[in-house]
Design a protein around this ligand. Structure first.
Ligand SMILES: [Zn+2]
Length: 386
């Protein structure tokens, strides 16, 4: 005599498509969402790589927020292949049109040596990042990469503000904010991390408060120090990408030297009045130019006014800083074509982008073929003399 549950499962097995783990893995790579419907404690011991965990009981309440398009292909996974049939049935009743259940469940998935991961991708993350998860170019695997990424931002000011906000929202694992300034009222016209009530507070602390409120999952490291020859390596080492939001040439030269030496991709951005520019210097690539291929020597002080002296349209660092964030995310995910060897220039008054080719210069004082690394102090002194 069969129980009602067994009878239901037998019916569902006829009605719902069941796919072997191998086939499920292929479909997942092609963009199908893989949903592990086991309980949180079961998933804590490991799940299929890229799977999103939503316990079966909360599927009905949560799925629309995570997979809004009911035509998205979905694969359900459980321990042995029974609960995933019930979950698939629930999804079909909710109007999802391409649902299949992974036969044999996680037990068979693991037995067939398909990729696993052990970091729990919980329901909060699944909902928060749902618009990333449905992009095949990001997906759960990309979101996990972002969650492990460590990005250093030099400056929590005009460029650093939009970059940090969106990198935090996107789920970057660790954001290191390096800035020794305090918030001033004149910053608020463009440095949107900060608020009127925080004038006088350290920028790193003000930024930490804003970013933690936006996405409490992100680990924020505050470094209230000025970048110097003596600390530059310690501050940026162990990061996957560095974002240059500095407001002075001395810091930029130092940063360029350190990123070259440590082989960390540097996302450069700069703004001046109504124009801005952005590029990527990636020392891991033999063909990549560096900052000094573009600016071999620091300009004289009178030729290099900072924002305080020259002024800047408030929205401009927003645009350039977000292009930097976009490049950083692409570098972490390994998608698209980075701005390596290209200088993207923006003119706000003309509302025009222009792209200049940047080649690596064999005579470059930074990355030239005969240049030897001699430490950071000399590079800092070049700037100090102006
Ligand atoms: Zn160079």
């Amino acid at each position: 005599m069969t129980s009602a549950r067994e009878q239901l499962l037998a019916e569902l097995a006829v009605r719902i498509e069941q796919v072997a783990p191998q086939e499920a893995s292929v479909r997942h790579a092609l963009g199908a969402m893989l949903i592990d419907v086991r309980e949180d404690d079961e998933r804590a011991a490991g799940t299929a790589a890229g799977a999103i965990g939503i316990a079966r009981a909360s599927l009905q309440a949560r799925i629309a927020a995570i997979v809004p398009d009911r035509n998205t292909p979905i694969l359900t996974l459980c321990g042995g292949g029974a609960r995933s049939l019930l979950a698939a049935d629930t999804l079909q009743q909710l109007g999802y049109t391409h649902v299949a259940s992974v036969s044999g469940g996680f037990k068979r998935w693991r037995a067939e040596n398909l990729p696993l991961h052990f970091d729990q991708f919980d329901a909060d993350a699944a909902e928060r990042y749902s618009r990333h998860l449905v992009l095949p170019e990001v997906g759960a695997a990309g979101q996990v990469k972002l969650g492990k990424a460590r990005i250093a931002l030099i400056g929590a000011g005009g460029l650093g503000s939009p970059a940090a906000l969106y990198l935090a929202a996107a789920g970057t694992g660790t954001l290191t904010l390096i800035d020794d300034d305090k918030v001033e009222k004149s910053n608020l016209q463009r440095q949107v991390l900060h608020t009127d009530a925080r004038v006088g507070m350290a920028k790193t602390e003000s930024a930490r408060m804003t970013l933690a409120a936006l996405n409490p999952r992100v680990h924020i490291q505050s470094r209230g120090e000025r970048l110097r020859a003596t600390n530059v390596e310690a501050l940026i080492r162990d990061h996957d990408v560095v974002i240059d939001g500095a407001d002075n040439f001395s810091t930029r030269y130092l940063l360029d030297a350190a990123c070259r030496h440590l082989k960390i991709p540097l996302v450069y951005g700069a703004v001046h009045r109504f124009t801005g520019q952005v590029s990527v210097f990636d020392a891991r690539r033999a063909d990549s130019p560096c900052y000094r291929c573009l600016f071999p020597a620091p300009p004289a002080a009178e030729d290099a006014p900072n924002c305080a002296e020259a002024g800047v349209l408030g929205v401009l660092p927003g645009i350039i800083g977000l292009l930097q964030a976009s490049e950083a995310i692409k570098l972490v995910l390994g998608i698209g074509t980075p701005l390596v060897g290209r200088l993207l220039c923006f003119d706000a008054l003309a509302a025009a982008f222009r792209e200049l080719r940047l080649r690596r210069d064999p005579e470059c004082p930074g990355c030239g073929i005969n240049v030897e690394f001699t430490g950071y102090e000399d590079i800092a002194r070049i700037c100090a003399s102006h």
